[in-house]
Design a protein. Structure first.
Length: 289
């Protein structure tokens, strides 16, 4: 009996977790049905390899992800670059891995774009136009454009633009400009390029007028109190997917060639863009209005 008690105490002290389910948040960078369809095979693969059940939950708004992470007691999330940077500063989350795109990159860039019929070529012609942002908690869809405008002397977007609004997703911002519902838009290049493959008009009718520095692609990061063995299992499965035939098939459906290890240092470009945009990540609160 004493031996059994000693063994149980040792398990508790070692931090080994026997959780059978992890709740992972997904940000709404695309239509939510497409987003879930894209990630679910990754969750199924992790569950098969580790016996840890993965339950994905779609967050209705970008900005909710940091608050909901605590309120809904999530275990981790595939954070966007900006929400990841916020969560690092506010919650101390620990990055694990991020996907490598089909072109060999594990980063993305922000685009500012206009319709080909537009006379807008730079900031000097943007005044009194209509701007379609994505969400105040996105690098490509808000932070980069704000940093870009501030670097060109524009600090008050309310008086600068005739109107601006938030579309809630990158694809919606792209279609807003494509359909001439807005004169200027912004989005991440990966979504822009993905839509261009599906719809030739995206590439033919839209013109990119500014590009951001590269920032990390959406990556998995976990709550800091998740047991070390759980984090290591997740990292091992993701980093070794490309060496497993079944894993390669899942990656192909996901749109990636492999996962790579990710650390806090990879978010340095996001921290820099936030500073240029005048954003304090530790105390950043907002409403999309």
């Amino acid at each position: 009996m004493r031996a059994i008690v000693s063994f149980l105490v040792l398990l508790m002290l070692s931090g080994i977790s026997h959780a059978t389910q992890l709740t992972i948040g997904l940000i709404p960078e695309q239509n939510v049905f497409k987003q879930m369809k894209r990630y679910q095979p990754i969750g199924d693969y992790i569950e098969k390899k580790t016996e840890i059940k993965i339950r994905f939950t779609i967050l209705s708004r970008y900005g909710n992800i940091v608050e909901s992470f605590e309120q809904k007691n999530m275990d981790g999330a595939f954070w966007g670059s900006f929400t990841g940077a916020m969560a690092i500063k506010k919650l101390g989350i620990q990055p694990i891995a991020r996907p490598v795109n089909q072109d060999g990159t594990s980063t993305y860039k922000g685009y500012i774009f206009v319709h080909k019929d537009s006379v807008i070529t730079g900031v000097d012609r943007m005044r009194h136009s209509v701007m379609a942002f994505v969400d105040r908690a996105t690098t490509a869809g808000y932070v980069f454009p704000i940093a870009y405008l501030r670097e060109h002397g524009i600090t008050d977007i309310k008086s600068f633009f005739k109107e601006y609004y938030f579309t809630g997703s990158h694809d919606a911002a792209i279609y807003a400009v494509l359909n001439k519902e807005a004169e200027i838009g912004c989005a991440k290049n990966t979504i822009f390029d993905m839509l261009a493959e599906e719809n030739p008009r995206v590439k033919e009718d839209l013109v990119v007028i500014a590009t951001s520095p590269e920032v990390p692609s959406n990556g998995l990061a976990m709550r800091s109190n998740i047991a070390t063995d759980i984090r290591l299992k997740l990292k091992k499965v993701l980093l070794e997917m490309d060496s497993d035939p079944e894993g390669k098939e899942v990656l192909k459906k996901f749109g990636a060639i492999r996962f790579v290890e990710t650390t806090v240092d990879d978010y340095a470009p996001v921290f820099d863009l936030a500073r240029k945009a005048g954003i304090d990540l530790r105390n950043y609160t907002y409403r999309n209005e």
